[in-house]
Design a protein around this ligand. Structure first.
Ligand code: IMP
Ligand code: MG
Length: 176
């Protein structure tokens, strides 16, 4: 068990479970995108660790770009998404994979997909380490998901609780 600020968290996914899943997701992407040239868009901050481990295992031709979006405050998603660092790459006609740490309500990823479609992206798929089906309000479930998890707040492996806990190599969930 660990304590971050006022909250207690318990171990949820070990390093080994995470790394094993990252390799499996990478293998699926390598199958589906073999011979393609792909623009990989990483949504900061939360996905920096997942993206780093995943991208190292990609075997197809790729470019990597970053956007910084924010839809979160404490434990609940806000309805609006702030673009803190925007996309500075042309996406028209490109095959894009968007990498996120966790798709919760889906508001963040939806706003990203909406922007990409407006810019006439060739194709786009979402790759998220975690997915909370019970919180999801979007219409399209991410194609590449590491773990579908219960609707519990998690920290670690890039994900934060009020900016803390990102450096943990395991994923912890809020203790009930
Ligand atoms: P959404 O817009 O509700 O899907 O939330 C997306 C973003 O909120 C994710 O990319 C995370 O950065 C953050 N987030 C959602 N759920 C959690 C959580 O349980 N722990 C930490 N961050 C979270
Ligand atoms: Mg995120």
């Amino acid at each position: 068990m660990i304590q971050i600020n006022d909250k207690q968290f318990e171990l949820f996914l070990t390093k080994e479970q995470i790394q094993d899943k990252v390799s499996k997701v990478a293998a699926r992407l390598n199958d589906d995108y073999a011979d393609k040239s792909v623009l990989v868009i990483v949504i900061l901050n939360g996905s920096f660790m997942f993206a780093s481990d995943l991208i190292k295992q990609l075997k197809f031709d790729n470019e990597v770009s970053f956007v910084k979006l924010q839809s979160y405050n404490d434990f609940s998603s806000l309805g609006n998404v702030l673009e803190l660092i925007g996309l500075n790459t042309d996406v028209e006609g490109k095959d894009v994979v968007v990498i996120d740490d966790i798709v919760d309500t889906g508001i963040t990823i939806n706003s990203m997909l909406h922007k990409l479609h407006k810019k006439n992206v060739g194709s786009v798929n979402v790759c998220s380490l975690l997915f909370k089906p019970d919180a999801f309000k979007g219409d399209e479930v991410p194609k590449y998901v590491g773990f579908s998890i219960p609707n519990k707040f998690v920290v670690g492996y890039g994900m934060d609780y009020n900016q803390k806990g990102r450096s943990l190599t395991e994923i912890y969930k809020l203790k009930d």
